[in-house]
Ligand binder design. Sequence first.
Ligand SMILES: N[C@@H](CCC(=O)N[C@@H](CS)C(=O)NCC(=O)O)C(=O)O
Length: 289
Amino acid sequence: MTDTAYTPPKVWTWEQPNGGAFQSVNRPISGATHDAELPRGKHPFQLHSLATPNGVKVTIMFEELLAAGHSGAEYDAWPIHIGNGEQFSSGFVAVNPNSKIPALIDTTQSPDLHVFESASILLYLAERFGAFLPQDLVAKTQCMNWLFWQMGSAPYLGGGFGHFYAYAPFKMEYPIDRFTMEVKRQLDVLDKHLAQSQYMVGDEYTIADIAIWPWYGQLVLGRQYDAAEFLDVTSYKNVLRWAEQIDARDAVRRGRMVNRLHGDPAMQLHERHDASDFDTKTQDKVGQA
Ligand SMILES: N[C@@H](CCC(=O)N[C@@H](CS)C(=O)NCC(=O)O)C(=O)O
């Protein structure tokens, strides 16, 4: 593959490998590639995920629910190694036919209820526990506006900017320019909104914050794509203020640790089955044992 003008053929065909960080994983077809059941723990909720921004939304939500006293939100969190194609196991595909983390099973429903798409999971849990979702029609609608904004916007950040800036086989000016412009516009949207508002919906911390922070909050905190300087993230002062405020929450720190398989060993809790795991089962401690 070269960085020259491309004339598409009449009909596209899949020619492996096509380069990039996910070339061994991505395919143009859906469905299971192999038979494997998902593991199952003892808690009401079984989460199959990874500590990417989409995964972290859900682990933050669970940790926030538990911190707020919703003991019915106890969960087992199992890692899905997406680089090894575990999202294409028969067990995972049965829960999420789209083969993307996060995927959740509510075992308290009969039969088991499968929930996929991170916003659907956040909304499901918020309604189930009556938490982090405003009751009032106006505030709830504002919360939904920003929740859906995140779901529509983040693919430009992750699949667009992040892919071409960090994961593509070589740097290409056109897509990097195109998606940088869009991501900076999105950051400006957030910055103007957060100049007027403590959280995404007034002074109430909601699932809109929980959805947006793992992507845009962590971006301005310099944790995404090694792109903080390139995007001049510190110029978005209101986003930074909001990002630091949410980053300081204990439940957010715990949520970031769950199903994390890379980075600082003290921040990696590969599986989460109990609140005590944060003290005893992080990789720095497991490594010492
Ligand atoms: N819209 C989905 C996106 C989920 C998603 O893209 N998950 C990625 C990790 S962040 C994944 O599982 N990728 C594996 C793959 O593409 O095969 C959601 O919000 O849940």
